[in-house]
Design a protein around this ligand. Structure first.
Ligand code: PFF
Length: 454
């Protein structure tokens, strides 16, 4: 390629700005809300181990590939795939990969915002002092009262969607990039405090055993698929979010190094969340498989008993909201850039449209916790189905095609040039992983989950 492309939306101010934004996208509800509850539902240690293996052999190579494609294409994921496919002499059908990402982003944000709304609601609950001296039963009831009330859920979902769209309308580099700079470290410190509290309960060892001692009898083909899906979800992979963030990355930034930093921070936050939550679960005789309400039913117990619990509780939920906020903007960014680039909309208008569509779709998730809680397809509510379809099917499929494109369709010269890994062996390892290991792993996990392989 003669001249490297430039994104019309600008560029990150520095390598650190990109690292912070991408970490902001990766670290979110997936780490603190979802990781503990799916770990609880899937039996603990063995699931965590599979998840860690997926991060290493699937997540990290695909994150590098996705940033690489984004930086080479420098447009929204649909056009980037179109441009890179043309350059590689391949079919324009590769644009579909961009499309599936834009759609997955809409679908995920529609429920993500509802859950972020729970976190918003809990900021006020923590502040009111209702958690003080609470029992597992009382705290559980507070949660079911919230999810059973569609009007309240709708109000919080609406507020969160407005928060998200305001930031996206101002351009990703505006306020949030600055806020994330100190909020992320603060979240980390608070998680450490919570782990410290968990150590004082008499179930710390039990919690750690649950999290880190693998018992493979507890794991099925489906739970392996969930672990892999979560590796994609937690790193924001397979849907163009990291691709679009990659499109704003300066040419001289090392993609490999930044990927390790982002994936490392993301994994650490998830493990800390697990270490904080499971001891509290066992100390209070709760069920690790309690489902999506797990952190909302356990952490308030800790805030209710620890010294300074009100302040720590309020801070924790505020930081959780911020973590969700910096992720949600990346979920909608691919759609917004597509509307701006391909439909000539202003950023403002593009935000309004995509925000309204997502907000409306969120109603389905809201109702699946109350009016429609008994409406099930394949044993799943609307919310469960949406989550399963996006995280466990769309994102891994997106990742599979990202791997196939970067390792088979794109020329070796182009990927080597863009990744610019100084160490020859490092590049060879990456290429081997995305060429063979990652695609095979994804395919085997799919086949295993649908029971083709036993
Ligand atoms: N990685 C985010 C989390 O763990 O909460 C969720 C997410 C954000 C998924 C952006 C996908 C995405 F493109």
């Amino acid at each position: 390629m003669s001249e490297p492309r430039k994104s019309i939306h600008g560029q990150w101010s520095s390598r650190w700005a990109f690292i912070l934004a991408a970490t902001g996208s990766a670290v979110g509800l997936g780490n603190i809300w979802k990781f503990p509850y799916i770990t609880g539902e899937n039996g603990g240690g063995a699931f965590v181990l599979v998840y860690l293996v997926c991060i290493a052999i699937v997540g990290i190579p695909i994150m590098m590939a996705e940033i690489m494609l984004g930086r080479r294409g420098r447009q929204n994921p649909i056009n980037t795939m179109g441009a890179l496919a043309r350059e590689a002499g391949q079919s324009q059908l590769w644009r579909l990969l961009g499309w599936s990402g834009v759609i997955a982003g809409f679908l995920i944000l529609s429920y993500y915002s509802v859950i972020a709304g729970w976190a918003l609601a809990y900021v006020f609950r923590a502040a009111s002092g209702v958690f003080i001296g609470g029992t597992a039963e009382g705290v559980g009831k507070l949660f079911s009262d919230l999810t059973g009330d569609p009007e309240r859920l709708l109000a919080w979902h609406t507020i969160f969607m407005i928060m998200t769209m305001i930031v996206v309308a101002r351009g990703v580099r505006g306020g949030l990039e600055k806020a994330v700079r100190f909020l992320m470290p603060a979240l980390f410190v608070l998680l450490l405090i919570l782990v410290g509290y968990a150590m004082t309960t008499d179930a710390f060892a039990q919690g750690m055993n649950f999290l880190f001692k693998p018992d493979f009898s507890k794991i099925s083909g489906n739970s392996i698929l969930i672990a892999m899906g979560h590796a994609f979800f937690t790193l924001s992979l397979g849907m163009g979010a990291i691709m679009i963030y990659g499109s704003y990355v300066p040419r001289d930034t090392s993609i490999a190094k930044t990927t390790f930093l982002i994936a490392g921070a993301d994994t650490l936050v998830a493990l800390l969340a697990g270490m904080a939550i499971f001891p509290i679960v066992f100390a209070n005789g709760l069920e690790p498989g309690a489902g999506p309400g797990l952190i909302f039913k356990t952490l308030p117990l800790a805030f209710g008993y620890m010294k300074g619990g009100i302040v720590i509780g309020v801070l924790f939920f505020i930081l959780l909201v911020f973590a969700a906020w910096s992720s949600s903007i990346s979920l909608i960014e691919p759609a917004v850039t597509w509307l701006v680039e391909n439909h000539g909309m202003t950023r403002m208008r593009a935000c309004a449209w995509s925000g309204i569509v997502t907000w409306l779709m969120g109603l389905g998730t809201i109702f699946s916790f109350n009016y429609w809680s008994e409406v099930k397809l394949w044993g799943k509510t609307f919310f469960d189905l949406l989550d399963y379809l996006t995280a466990n099917i769309m994102l891994p499929l997106g990742g599979l095609f990202i791997a196939l494109f970067s390792a088979w369709a794109m020329s070796r010269v182009a990927s080597a040039d863009e990744l610019n890994i100084r160490n020859e062996w490092g590049y060879a390892l990456w290429r081997f992983l995305v060429r063979f290991v990652t695609p095979l792993a994804v395919i085997i996990v799919f086949l295993n989950a649908i029971g083709v392989m036993k």
